[in-house]
Design a protein around this ligand. Structure first.
Ligand code: CA
Length: 292
């Protein structure tokens, strides 16, 4: 396991711009009896979100609460999505100690929509105390899948195992940059020094394909010849049929390897990982599949 310091959300947090939640004044209570503004600031990164109906490319939102008051407290932040939006959580609860300086507490939420969702505008309403914050969410059209486009992008992945520091979808998220390994992208299996491992992607529909491009970890600090994937088979299957090997790669030391083969009808593609150059883990930064 090669660890790069910093949480997955660090990069986006740096760009955070907070929106303050202002409480609605209590009309029936005297001002001295209850604060008219919430002492908890709520913000999101980004402030507005764009999503598409791909199963392995969820919109990523980071929720942040800051207790600006002098009393420690517990806070429940509720998330109410509209329309087709599906959230990985509907509440963010945390103890918020009163500290000086104020300390932010953050949590991620994934936002998905079904594949057939019409493009349009929706929102997630965040509720805390009597305050509200609307986060606009735009559903964009699915990316075109013409012959030149990557058919694996954002499609449902499956793996024999996934290391706890990684996301299953990290090898089909469109990011093939090894400098983003671990913190932002990539798939790493979860069974150290045990091979084989498998990483699969299910295509949207049966398609004639003839090319698979695999990017394994290859950075200045972690070159592929030392830590990259060494031996693997490219396999395909269609319907309930078995896996067929269409290409073999052996003794690899490169970061990006293109395998071409006779056009074959497939609705799933598998990388059967047989060995790594350091004999510990299977590391795939990105898997791309192209039609013929
Ligand atoms: Ca990736």
């Amino acid at each position: 396991m090669i660890k790069v310091p910093g949480p997955r959300t660090a990069a986006v947090l740096l760009a955070a711009v907070g929106l303050t939640l202002l409480g609605v004044p209590a009309t029936a209570e005297p001002p001295a009896a209850a604060p008219t503004r919430s002492t908890v600031q709520v913000s999101t990164t980004p402030e507005r979100l764009d999503v598409v109906g791909l199963p392995c490319l969820p919109g990523q939102l980071t929720l942040t609460m800051i207790n600006t008051g002098s009393e420690s407290r517990y806070a429940d932040l509720f998330l109410d999505p509209t329309g087709p939006l599906q959230l990985s959580r509907d509440i963010f609860s945390s103890w918020l100690p009163a500290t000086d300086p104020d300390q932010p507490v953050s949590a991620p939420v994934e936002v998905r929509v079904p594949r057939d969702t019409e493009p349009g505008d929706h929102k997630i309403t965040l509720r805390l105390d009597r305050s509200r914050l609307d986060v606009p969410v735009r559903v964009n059209p699915l990316p075109g899948k013409d012959p030149g486009s990557n058919l694996a992008l954002g499609e449902q992945a499956a793996a024999s195992s996934t290391h706890g520091n990684f996301e299953l979808c990290g090898a089909v998220d469109g990011d093939a940059d090894s400098e983003h390994w671990d913190t932002l992208t990539g798939w790493n299996d979860g069974t150290r020094a045990a091979f084989p491992d498998t990483y699969d992607v299910a295509l949207a529909e049966p398609t004639m394909i003839n090319k698979v491009v695999l990017s394994t970890l290859d950075s200045a600090r972690y070159p592929a010849r030392s830590v990259g994937l060494k031996d693997w088979d490219v396999q395909v299957r269609s319907g309930a049929g078995g896996w067929t090997t269409v290409a073999e790669v052996r003794g690899n030391q490169a970061g990006r390897v293109t395998s071409t083969f006779d056009p074959v009808r497939a609705d799933q593609v598998r990388i059967l990982c047989l060995a790594g150059n350091d004999n510990t883990y299977s590391r795939i930064v990105e898997l791309e599949v192209y039609g013929s």
